[in-house]
Unconditional design. Structure first.
Lengths: 294, 268, 358
């Protein structure tokens, strides 16, 4: 059923005395660009290494065992002769993949949960806050380690359990954002426009709350990278010997004493760089958010 | 023998320096004077620079603001807003300022009595007890009922209008010669606003105060002021007595402003 | 409702002063909030039994200071807040008894323009998206039709086509408010609730926005409920005025009449306190000489006194004022006041009232 477009007479108005506010210069801070560049590089590596590495990551290379970095083996080789360079690169898609999965899961579930209880309030909200308090009161990482070692080393389990740790923070953040924005007049006007409550929530309130959530996700990702590495180091959750930075470091533990630093160093460097890059992204988004608010 | 205007602003210009070094002029050759024992108003809309001018007089303009030319003369002597040490002696004791949001201008963690008497002790070197009494008297002077009880309360326990009176008390306790009020009644209900303005007018008369009122409301100007300065876009467009400006304005901007305030353009 | 003889109506319009048929009927509207600590044993009565009718083509002003409940009335009418009691009827539809999920449909005929142009627009939506959203939700239009309509709306309120692709942060306060108005007009409603739409705008912009409201009303026969504290705007713009104090209507009537012959102490106080941009010479100038003073404390809305709510501040108070809340009674046809003291005076002329000033 179409509507007759009414006869609105065109009568231009002189905009006397009106001055638009300064156009916001949405300049992304340097930290964000830098972090994004590094993470992008890692992403590229992950992609490429799925198809090609200089040497097969798992198979022992011909010849050199425990060889220091040379032009043939840029990062050196380990006790079984595998090329560290190839192994480090191959491990990228494991570590990056797990991190993205964990953060993605926690972010989506946390935002959904937090937004809904923040919007509707009531008993669900009260229950949620109690549940979050309980979750926060546990030494989460230790619990996670217990669960993983008990349940087995499936990657999916690792992702689920690790995602559970930062989940309360995402829920709280989303909830707080929605509760604040709910009172702003554009939420009321969204209802007057004709949107149902859920429409108001997901099409108006949530899109306006993404910045702080994404900023937190960046910082959280940095923690996840380190934690996944730590779990791998302890041998939890990852098949031993598979390409994963943490377990590579574990593998090179004894070698360090003998002076073969490269086995631990390069995977460790990878963890450090990726974690820092994510942190920069998170910081950058947070700064851009503040600049915009001003 | 004190004659002449109590405050003179002469060819005052200045602007903001952005982070990247770019300079935006905001005040352009502003010149006006505030007469003694009289009520002067600076009228302008948002962006006219009126508040910035008032803050510059007191030397409390934002740090990114730079004066490029002109000066301010207070009681005949040059006032150097950049010299913070000298300005501190002037602020509160000779020139006082009352801000727009009273409750935000009061420190929430100290009692109102403490804050008022603090101003007194800072400039007058009197004992705590004496300052407290003076503060209480001042509160009574600004018509706060039950001043003794109110002295011991915290700012959040004050209503908007009451808090504004407390701010007035704080401003007047050292008997300054010049009182500057920056939109003191914006955000207050109209009946409370009327009360506060009446009070300021009465105090101006009884204490021989010189008052400078910053506002955007021509209605307030018409009812309270003796002299008017009209500003737009950082420039002074017109000055004169209240009667002159309100009944026979010379500047087209003032004429426009008056017409708009009276809703002349709106078809009935 | 016909204008009393000899009284010049604010708007010269063919037909009655009150305009066409009743489009909005509000009866006994009441809103209580729970106040006090945990569990909220105390009640805060924000709106206490408000009733009025709104006719097509008419502007009714709801006037009061902060805490009067005027904004709450508007939100209760739109059911943005659920009223505790009372009935709101829009045309023939009883809004208050509708199922909540059907409310969006009612918003086709009832719209609202909000006070703060900075927070009433979604910062992440372009102007075009803001204007197209109601079209998409209420009408079945093709994309190009929507686009065309959005453009028409923008131009109607005085924006140009290039503003359509801008975001709220790139617009001035006046421009943002125009977007809010265009959005409200998009669905061609019958009633628009205007919640202090010019309060945060400069005077130069205020006149333009009001002219826009007037033009739209003349062309479309809209009914406005104009909520404001600015009496000058009311004088120029409203056909009838309802004066609210602490949740209740204390006086109502045609604008010109209420302004010239206010029949309630609160109205008199409001009128005499509102600054007017006119210069008066000499002694008369000092408002204090002509003002009706309201001394005393405003009662807390949680602990309202029995009887008339103005008792603690009213200069005309009599013992009988505290016994029961005085109802609205007619002084003249169409002009009602809730002050029995002033009503009883044979000629409730404002000059006599002023002579009571301390």
């Amino acid at each position: 059923m179409s509507v007759v477009v009414p006869s609105l007479r065109r009568r231009p108005f002189a905009l006397r005395g009106e001055r638009p506010s300064r156009a916001s210069s949405a300049r992304w801070p340097l930290s964000l660009k830098l972090g994004a560049a590094v993470v992008g590089a890692f992403g590229l590596i992950a992609l490429v290494s799925a198809f090609w590495t200089p040497y097969p990551p798992m198979a022992p290379a011909t010849g050199a065992f425990l060889a220091p970095p040379t032009w043939a083996h840029l990062f050196g080789t380990d006790a079984v002769g595998a090329d560290i360079f190839s192994r480090t690169f191959a491990a990228t898609h494991t570590d990056v993949g797990i991190t993205v999965a964990v953060v993605g899961l926690a972010l989506v579930v946390g935002t959904l949960w937090g937004s809904l209880v923040g919007f509707y309030g009531g008993w669900a909200d009260a229950l949620t806050m109690r549940a979050l308090q309980v979750m926060n009161s546990f030494p989460a990482l230790l619990l996670a380690m217990l669960v993983i070692s008990a349940m087995g080393r499936d990657i999916l389990d690792v992702i689920l359990v690790v995602a559970l740790i930062p989940l309360p923070d995402y829920v709280r953040l989303a909830r707080a954002e929605i509760m604040t924005k709910k009172t702003w007049q554009f939420a009321e006007s969204a209802r007057m426009v004709g949107r149902r409550p859920l429409g108001v929530l997901f099409r108006h309130l949530v899109p306006n709350s993404t910045r702080p959530l994404l900023a937190y996700a960046g910082i959280n990702a940095s923690w996840v990278v380190a934690t996944v590495g730590a779990l791998g180091f302890l041998g939890l959750g990852i098949q031993p010997g598979s390409a994963e930075w943490g377990s590579m470091i574990a593998g090179g533990e004894s070698a360090i004493v003998a002076g073969q630093w490269w086995i631990c160093f390069f995977p460790g460097l990878a963890i450090f760089l990726l974690a820092s890059a994510f942190h920069l992204i998170g910081d950058g988004i947070a700064d851009a958010d503040i600049n915009r608010r001003r | 023998m004190e004659t002449g205007p109590i405050l003179e602003v002469v060819d005052f210009s200045g602007g903001f320096t952005a982070g990247d070094g770019e300079f935006t002029p905001v005040l352009k050759h502003v010149a006006f004077s505030v007469e003694r024992a009289a009520f002067t108003a600076i009228v302008g809309e948002t962006g006219s620079g009126k508040t910035l001018m008032a803050l510059s007089i007191l030397g409390i303009a934002p740090r990114s603001f730079r004066r490029t030319a002109g000066l301010v003369r207070f009681q005949g002597a040059d006032l150097v807003p950049d010299d913070d040490k000298a300005m501190r002696r002037v602020r509160g004791s000779q020139i006082s300022m009352v801000f727009q949001d009273a409750r935000a201008s009061l420190n929430p963690v100290f009692t109102v009595g403490y804050q008022i008497s603090d101003v007194c002790r800072l400039h007058r070197h009197v004992g705590r007890k004496e300052a407290w009494q003076m503060a209480e008297q001042m509160l009574e002077r600004v018509r706060v009922p039950e001043p003794g009880r109110r002295m011991r309360q915290y700012p959040h326990e004050f209503s908007g209008g009451m808090a504004q009176r407390a701010q007035l008390a704080m401003a007047l306790i050292c008997h300054p010669s010049l009182l500057v009020l920056d939109e003191p009644t914006t955000g207050l209900d109209v009946t409370i606003q009327a009360d506060i303005l009446d009070l300021v007018v009465e105090l101006t008369a009884s204490e021989g105060l010189s008052t400078l009122l910053i506002t955007h409301d021509l209605g307030i100007v018409a009812e309270t002021c003796d002299f008017v300065v009209v500003m737009k876009d950082g420039e002074v467009r017109e000055t004169g007595t209240c009667e002159q400006v309100m009944t026979a304005p010379t500047s087209p901007y003032t004429q426009q402003l008056l017409a708009d305030s009276r809703l002349a353009g709106v078809p009935r | 409702m016909s204008a009393p003889a000899g009284l010049v109506p604010t708007r010269v319009e063919p037909g009655s002063v009150a305009g066409g048929d009743v489009v909005l009927r509000v009866s006994g509207l009441r809103k209580e909030f729970r106040a006090g600590r945990r569990g909220g044993a105390k009640k805060l009565t924000a709106v206490d039994g408000v009733s009025f009718n709104l006719h097509a083509g008419e502007t009714v002003a709801l006037v009061g200071e902060s805490g009067s409940g005027k904004s709450t009335v508007a939100r209760c009418i739109a059911r943005l807040i659920e009223p505790t009691a009372g009935e709101v009827v829009l045309d023939d539809v009883v809004l208050t008894s509708m199922a909540k999920r059907n409310l969006p449909r009612a918003y086709r005929h009832l719209q609202m323009v909000f006070q703060d142009p900075n927070s009433s627009l979604n910062p992440r939506m372009s102007v075009r998206a803001i204007l197209e959203e109601p079209l998409r939700l209420h009408f079945d239009m093709s994309r190009s039709e929507r686009d065309q309509r959005a453009r028409q709306l923008a131009e109607y309120v005085g924006l140009s086509a290039q503003h359509l692709d801008r975001y709220p942060r790139q617009l001035s306060g006046g421009q943002r408010q125009r977007v809010g108005i265009a959005r409200a007009l998009a669905v061609e409603p019958k009633v628009i609730l205007l919640d202090e739409p010019t309060a945060s705008l400069d005077v130069s912009v205020r006149g333009q926005i009001l002219s826009l409201f007037r033009r739209t009303q003349d062309e479309k026969g809209l009914a406005y409920l104009f909520i404001t504290h600015d009496l000058e705007v009311v004088r120029h713009f409203a056909d009838r005025v309802l004066v609210m104090y602490l949740g209740g209507i204390v006086e109502e009537g045609p604008t010109a009449e209420v302004f010239e012959h206010p029949a309630h102490p609160y109205t008199q106080a409001l009128l005499s306190s509102s600054p007017v941009a006119e210069y008066t010479r000499g002694d008369e100038r000092k408002r204090s000489k002509r003002r009706l003073l309201l001394t005393g404390e405003i009662p807390s809305p949680i602990d309202l006194p029995t009887g008339c709510r103005l008792v603690s501040r009213c200069p005309f108070v009599r013992p009988s004022c505290s016994s029961v809340v005085p109802p609205l009674r007619a002084i003249r046809p169409g002009h009602l006041s809730a002050c029995p003291v002033l009503l009883a005076a044979t000629n409730p002329n404002s000059q006599d009232a002023i002579s009571f000033v301390a």
